[in-house]
Design a protein around this ligand. Structure first.
Ligand code: BTN
Length: 325
């Protein structure tokens, strides 16, 4: 008997009832299959790295997940999403951003691309992005919608707030936003994202947002310059994060942020964004193109620009900047 065909359905039942036990009988009845088929499929799940706890007279409980992203679990998670319709999950790609841009041409719906490992992960300013397997979330989310170009400036601000909230809720760590769109814990970066757009002159049709989040790295996983600059949710709190649950929550949160972004202005979330920000009352170095300013951030304007005051009292306005913390 080929048990793989029942795997998705049984996984779905176990996942949605994971706070309790489901008896073999109940699973068999719900899916109209034999108890032997249930038992054999549970064995298959275990072989694939799921932990299923079984207790006599109570049944089965899903208590653990495979180390590597599992295709059927990903299918379940994307089913929960009310916005993203398809997912592409790989063991290894150069960069999810590049794969997403290729897929754009053949797919009209919103979708996500996830890879366990990226061999050429890239960050802003074309810096390399360390993307080792099983520890993080390396994902590109593609939003499809006509958006006027001038509105796009606030997209990253809405999204960074959504990501910071998810990190706080899922880890308890005090995630902060380093304007415009890096997420920090204890002055170390745990997440960055970059947004690319395509469409016609003044009307954007595709938003290709690549998000990298360090989830379960040990502090010792960060080598060389990263050792003092990077952290993960686990390194910061001492507790591992369930990557599937995190992804599920993150998708819910970024979908909601995208919907907000379409109908609200940045000024509507400015106060909340400001409360998450980690740049206030600190003298920092801001670089945008050839402009370098050392100063203290004084406010974020309604359109998302940052105002920095240098030592002489001169005010500088930034659209986006690299900030050294
Ligand atoms: C930054 O902070 O500079 C942005 C980092 C973005 C990394 C993510 S990981 C998934 C996606 N694929 C990439 O190559 N980059 C983004």
């Amino acid at each position: 008997m080929n048990m793989a065909k029942y795997k998705g359905d049984i996984l779905e039942l176990l996942y949605h009832n994971r706070s309790t036990y489901l008896s073999g009988q109940t699973i068999a009845e719900r899916l109209a299959i034999s108890r032997t088929a249930v038992w054999k499929t549970i064995e298959l799940l275990k072989q694939q790295g799921f932990r299923v706890h079984s207790v006599q007279n109570k049944g089965y409980q899903l208590t653990g997940f495979p180390e590597e992203w599992d295709q059927d679990m990903m299918a379940l998670i994307i089913k929960q999403s009310s916005y993203f319709k398809r997912r592409f999950v790989y063991k290894e790609v150069t960069s999810t951003q590049l794969v997403a841009k290729e897929k754009l041409l053949e797919i009209d719906e919103p979708f996500i691309v996830i890879s366990e490992v990226q061999t050429a992960g890239r960050g802003r300013f074309n810096r390399s992005w360390d993307s080792q397997g099983t520890k993080g979330l390396w994902m590109t989310a593609v939003f499809r919608r006509d958006v006027p170009l001038q509105k796009m400036m606030s997209f990253n601000l809405f999204l960074s707030l959504a990501i910071a909230k998810t990190i706080r809720r899922m880890s308890g760590a005090e995630a902060k936003i380093k304007w415009p769109n890096d997420i920090y814990i204890d002055d170390r970066k745990c997440c960055g994202f970059l947004t690319e757009i395509s469409g016609e002159a003044a009307l954007i049709q595709n938003i290709i947002c690549g998000i990298g989040i360090n989830l379960n790295h040990e502090a010792s996983d960060f080598q060389q310059d990263l050792a003092v600059k990077a952290t993960s949710l686990k390194a910061a709190t001492g507790h591992p994060v369930n990557r599937y649950q995190f992804l599920e929550e993150l998708l819910i949160e970024i979908e909601a942020a995208f919907r907000q972004f379409l109908v609200l202005d940045f000024k509507d979330i400015k106060d909340e964004y400001g409360q998450y920000s980690n740049i206030w009352q600190r003298k920092l170095r801001y670089t945008e193109g050839t402009t370098v300013v050392e100063g203290v951030a004084v406010e974020i304007l309604d359109d998302g620009r940052l105002v920095v005051q240098d030592e002489k009292g001169t005010l500088h306005h930034f659209m986006s900047a690299d900030i050294e913390i």
